[in-house]
Design a protein around this ligand. Structure first.
Ligand SMILES: Cc1ncc(COP(=O)(O)O)c(C=O)c1O
Length: 447
């Protein structure tokens, strides 16, 4: 397994993160356990801040959908980034963490009137409007609340990024945004400009996730700027802001070759500036929305090995105490991960095994065919790069409680999410009175 951030192997042959022995973390906090490397999370924020904000005056907004807790909000705020939220729940988390609302960008393709009201009340920085329905509703609600909404319109530029079907979003046949090619985007701009309670600031696109080809970004930026020029010609309005989404790919397994953030920034900014010059437009304030490339490598999940089942000549299954409940990505996207035995991190690989989760689904396999030292029940398996889209996508299938999360730094480990309990699982369950009664009646009539 490739070591990320502050990971090292200590003198006991154990994997260490943030100066904490992960075997001790597992015994103190239990497993499965999400471990977040604070130093690496902050470093990733800083890399973006330097490459985009310091160098170009661009704005970096962290995509909260990848990993969001109250403590994570604090880290993002301290590092000076903005935040992209996509639901009332994410917004509420930011509000409760006292994240500066002016730096919150509110995404989502089907925001409810309650969510829009909450965001208007909180005075979020920008509404990223996805469709006509939302635009009309936002204009109406803002009017009712005697305020105005600051808006960026989400468009689909028709760029097909090379990534998994479910995580590419910029193509025309997408549930997100107004299509440029068929005139919807221009109609959306015109409509927004004539609305009394909408202030249109800019345009947005997001072409997908886990992208390694920087050319795709230059291409999308070019299409957006060409569209901006057309809009300027036809309406006299030019976007002051251009949000090019997130999506930079990260290392999960061999073959993934992430591009440096600085290069990504240079490619985007060059494309935007060249097009602005060519069209005689002012250079808009550029915004990017990285998620995975900030939180992904900073997360590691620890599991305890349980049943080991060898089917001679076929495969050796190693089952862990978590799986698709805490990390649905392999089941959803066939995503691949690397792992090591945290308690045997210095030992050489001896066998090839497959890591199974504990859900009642054949598809609940975390890793197929991984070379590890001899695996025994009780070993601690560490799966790397689980910081993004793991906890945030986690679920209670099979009524498995969600794991705890610890933030580690300089030898200190702090709980930032408590482990769910069985009581938590029942918190919203209700037995209606008639069912309580009917059970007694049924028993009585059977007698
Ligand atoms: C609109 C938007 N912005 C930003 C992101 C973050 O992408 P990533 O985590 O790949 O950087 C996403 C993810 O799907 C998104 O839909």
């Amino acid at each position: 397994m490739k070591l990320h951030g502050t990971m090292t192997v200590n003198s006991r042959g154990h994997l260490e993160i943030g100066g904490c022995d992960t075997v001790e973390l597992a015994s103190t906090f239990g497993t499965p356990l999400y471990v977040v490397d604070e130093e690496l999370f902050r470093q990733n924020c800083r890399e973006y801040y330097r490459a985009f904000t310091e160098k170009y005056g661009a704005e970096v907004i962290y995509a909260a959908k990848t990993l969001l807790t109250l403590a994570i909000c604090r880290l993002v705020d301290e590092e000076g980034l903005g935040m992209d939220v996509v639901s009332g729940g994410e917004l509420y988390t930011a509000i409760k963490a006292r994240f500066p609302m002016s730096r919150v960008y509110f995404h989502g393709n089907n925001k409810s009137s309650e969510e829009l009201r909450l965001a208007l009340e909180a005075r979020v920085g920008r509404f990223m409007v996805d469709n006509f329905y939302e635009l009309e509703m936002l204009n109406r609600l803002a009017g009712e609340m005697r305020t105005r909404a600051d808006v960026i319109l989400r468009l689909t530029p028709g760029v097909e990024a090379h990534t998994h079907e479910y995580i590419k979003t910029g193509q025309i046949d997408s549930k997100f945004g107004l299509v440029i090619d068929n005139g919807q985007a221009l109609a959306g701009v015109r409509r927004a400009l004539e609305m009394e309670n909408i202030i249109l600031h800019g345009l947005h696109c997001h072409i997908g996730s886990q992208i390694f080809e920087l050319d795709s970004y230059a291409h999308a930026a070019g299409i957006m700027m060409d569209f901006a020029a057309r809009v300027a010609r036809e309406t006299g309005w030019a976007p002051a802001e251009l949000d090019l989404g997130g999506g930079l790919g990260i290392y999960y397994t061999e073959g993934d070759e992430p591009r440096p953030v600085a290069e990504y920034a240079d490619v985007i900014m060059r494309a935007v500036r060249e097009k602005a010059l060519a069209h005689g437009l002012p250079v808009p304030r550029v915004i990017v929305e990285p998620g995975r490339s900030i939180s992904g490598p900073a997360g590691t999940t620890l599991y305890t090995v349980g049943a080991v089942k060898d089917i001679p000549g076929v495969r050796k299954y190693v089952a862990v105490d978590g799986g698709m409940g805490d990390n649905p990505r392999p089941a959803l996207y066939q995503s691949r991960y690397e792992a090591c035995l945290a308690n045997k991190a210095a030992a050489p690989a001896e066998e090839v095994v497959s890591i199974a989760g504990k859900c009642c689904e054949s598809g609940d396999m975390l890793i197929w065919d991984i070379a590890l030292p001899r695996v025994e029940p009780g070993d601690i398996l560490a799966v790397s790069c689980t910081g993004a889209y793991n906890y945030s996508m986690s679920m209670n299938y099979n009524r498995l409680p969600r794991p705890a999360m610890v933030l580690v730094r300089d030898g200190q480990a702090d709980i930032i999410v408590e482990r769910e309990t069985y009581e938590d699982l029942l918190r919203n369950d209700v037995i209606p009175e008639r069912l309580r009664r009917s059970r007694r009646l049924n028993v009585a009539s059977a007698r």
